[in-house]
Structure formats: C-alpha cells, structure tokens
Design a protein around this ligand. Structure first.
Ligand code: ADP
Ligand code: MG
Length: 399
C-alpha cells in the first residue's frame, strides 16, 4: 500500500491532503502523480469518482509554485478545460482547497453569466484558469485572455466534451496554447477520436488505465423495480417513503418529467429541488448548492447531473426511467457509492423499456436483481422478465 508521502509531494501538500482526510492516494493518483511531476504528458483513463481532480491538481500546484517570482506573472500558466459549468465550479472549488496556503490565484470561466467577475479575476493575474470551451473562446476572441503562456493544459472529461459537440472548440483551444507545454488528458472512455486528439496534442504520453472490469463501484447495490407505467409516480413516492436515505438523486429522461416529478414530490412534502438545462444558471447553482448543503434531500435531474459531478453522501440514485443509453446508467449510478461509501441504485422499469434494460445488462455483463416493493399495491402483477437479460456466454450473477 502506498502513501502520499511516497509521491514526492512537498510538505504543504501532504498536510493539505491529510487535512482533507485523504489517507492514501487512489490508483490514478498513485500512478499519474509521479509522471506528471516529471513533466510528462499523461493520458488517464478512469471512471468518475476515482480522484482525478487531485491527480492533476497536486502536480500542477507543485509546478506553479516551483519558483515564487513566476507566480507574480500576470497571465495564466495552467488551463483546465471541462465540459460543463457545474464541473467547472466543482473543479475550481476542489483546486482552491488543494492550493490552500499557496499564493495561487484562480479564474473560473463559464457561460450563461455576466463577464464582470471573470474579467476581474483575469485582470488580477489568475495563475490557473478553469473553463468551459465556449466562454473561453469568447473571451479569447475579445482578447481578454492570453493563452500563449500556458505551461500546463488539462483536458478533463474529454469523452463528455466530445459528446457535447465541443471537438472543434477543444481543438482550437489546444492550438491557442504554446506547443511547448505539458498536456494531461482524462477520459472515462478512450475511443478513436480521443486517440487522434492525443496523437497530435500530446507528446509521448504515459498511458494510465485504472478502469476496472466492473464498470460500477462494487459498493453499490443495484435493483430493478418492475412496475406498470401508470404506477411509476406512485412507486417512486412509495420507495422514497420506505427508504432510509441521506440524499437521493432521481434521474428523469426529460426536462418536463423532471419538473412534473419535482412539483408532485413537493406536493407530497418531500424536500426536493431540480436541475436541468432549461433552468437558469443561477437556479442550477442554487439547486446544486441546496442539495449539497442538505437543504434538500432529493434532487430531480436530467442527465446534465449524471457526469462527473461530485456530490458526497448521495446514498441513493433512482432512475425514474431506464436510461436510453447504457453508458448513462453507469454515469448516473456513479453519483452514489463514491470514495468507498455504500450506495443503492434503483431503476423503475416498465415493460416498454425492456430493450434499454437489456442493453444495460449487456454492458455490465450481469443481470440486475428484480425486486417487488413489499406492501405496495401493484395494480397489475409486475412483469419480472428475469430470464431475458444476459447472453449465455456472459456470467450470470445476482440472480
Ligand atoms: P473524478 O474526477 O475522478 O470523478 P473527483 O476528483 O471528483 O473524482 O474525486 C471524487 C471524490 O473523492 C471527491 O470527493 C474527492 O474529495 C475524493 N477523493 C479524492 N482523492 C481521494 C483520496 N486519495 N482519498 C479519499 N478521498 C479522495
Ligand atoms: Mg472529475
């Protein structure tokens, strides 16, 4: 077992990680930090919840603080590019914690809000910029940010950035940075497009893959609740009433569903808030903050909240619909059972969703247990479909 003190980190950072309660480095931290400290480029393949932020933030802090006078330079020297505003906020917060006690200044850049504070942070000589692609390019076009002196470029959640159609933007941003730089690329999946980007944007990268064959953390237990489609609302409420939870995220397929379910749960006196793309940036921030701080116990959200967001203490994830894309199941479920905590994942399943469920079980390589909620008045006997799920060659577990 390794410890942070084996990683050649300066004393101040060892104290910081200790004060954050980190006892030992996660696998990606253990493997990536030494290469980064040597100045190598890195491709890191890791699922969410594996501690990537510290893996890239700690060596970046070492690099930036190597010489005091360098920190007084009035332009950014490190750029962290992330797909969504929520992630940008989260990475900025985490980075600030890791950099506590150092003079490092950050600027947080994302769209949908006014420019004032962001421009001010840049003018004050931010050393590190955490940004989403759109607003960053916007500021670059207005000549409000100088990327020509970036020494460390971090591309976080690259698969998600590509899914969101940011490939052109990301490529342009990479080209705006100097050739002579350190580049770190993180992604949960490494596909051909990502390899291509790595091919021209990275130099002899060290490849680190800490993905386990199990796609979801083994601290999470999964259950499928078959239910007639017209009883989904009722079953959701019954599940919430019978379950001892700290905090729950309920995922819905559409924004409309998210709003309807939120109203309906509110009417049932459940402390609930909602997050989806049609809510304003301020509403989204308030929802997330209220949920994090425990003001609300239930967050109803579309997949906008399913990737990368680190919300600690989420005890349950409930899929109101079976997710359409099997990877979304993995991402949604990844919101619970983080950092070794226990988590439960419930999926409400109506018979029209059988093909999506099969796709998920194929991806996981296992059948998820079907459950019936005792004491719930099923208006039709729920269809259990237990024998249909996994092709014969795959292992059957959890039966
Ligand atoms: P990722 O970016 O891989 O999804 P994060 O960087 O958001 O993961 O980290 C997930 C959670 O794990 C955070 O709450 C973080 O504080 C915590 N964490 C990170 N590294 C460690 C560690 N070495 N020990 C304990 N907790 C950690
Ligand atoms: Mg992350």
């Amino acid at each position: 077992m390794s410890s942070f003190s084996d990683l050649n980190l300066p004393e101040i950072l060892l104290k910081t990680v200790e004060s954050l309660g980190y006892k030992e480095p996660t696998p990606i931290q253990e493997k990536a930090i030494p290469s980064m400290l040597q100045g190598r480029d890195v491709i890191g393949a890791a699922q969410t919840g594996t501690g990537k932020t510290a893996a890239y933030a700690l060596p970046t802090i070492v690099h930036l603080t190597a010489a005091r006078e360098e920190l007084a330079k009035p332009f950014p020297r490190a750029l962290i590019l992330v797909p969504t505003r929520e992630l940008a906020i989260q990475v900025d917060e985490a980075f600030k914690k890791f950099a506590a006690g150092t003079p490092i200044k950050l600027a947080l850049i994302y769209g949908g809000v006014s420019y004032g504070a962001q421009l001010a942070a840049l003018k004050e000589g931010a050393n590190v910029v955490v940004a989403t692609p759109g607003r960053l390019l916007d500021l670059q076009e207005r000549r409000q940010i100088d990327l020509s002196k970036i020494e460390v470029l971090i591309l976080d959640e690259v698969d998600r950035m590509l899914d969101m159609g940011f490939i052109e933007d990301v490529s342009r941003i990479i080209r705006l940075c100097p050739r002579e730089r350190q580049t770190l690329l993180f992604s949960a999946t490494i596909n051909r497009t990502i390899r291509e980007i790595a091919g021209w944007a990275l130099r002899e990268p060290v490849e680190i893959d800490v993905r386990s064959s199990a796609l979801t953390a083994d601290t999470i237990s999964h259950a499928i609740y078959p239910v007639p489609i017209f009883q989904k609302y009722d079953l959701l409420l019954a599940l919430l009433e019978r379950t001892r939870y700290n905090s729950v995220i309920v995922f819905t397929r559409t924004k409309r569903d998210a709003d309807r379910i939120t109203e309906w749960l509110q009417a049932n006196r459940i402390s609930v808030t909602t997050m989806h793309a049609d809510r304003s940036q301020n509403e989204r921030i308030a929802a997330l903050k209220g949920f994090r701080d425990g003001k609300y116990n239930v967050l109803v959200a579309t997949d906008i909240a399913s990737r990368g967001l680190d919300i600690s203490g989420v005890s349950h994830v409930i899929n109101y619909n079976v997710p359409e894309h099997p990877e979304d199941y993995v991402h949604r479920i990844g919101r619970t059972g983080r950092a070794g905590n226990e988590g439960e994942a419930f999926t409400l399943f109506s018979p029209d969703e059988l093909s999506q469920l099969k796709a998920i079980e194929q991806l996981l390589g296992k059948t998820i247990e079907r459950k019936k909620l005792e004491g719930f008045l099923y208006r039709q006997e729920p269809l259990m479909f237990n024998s249909t799920a996994v092709p014969a060659k795959k292992k059957r577990r959890n039966r």
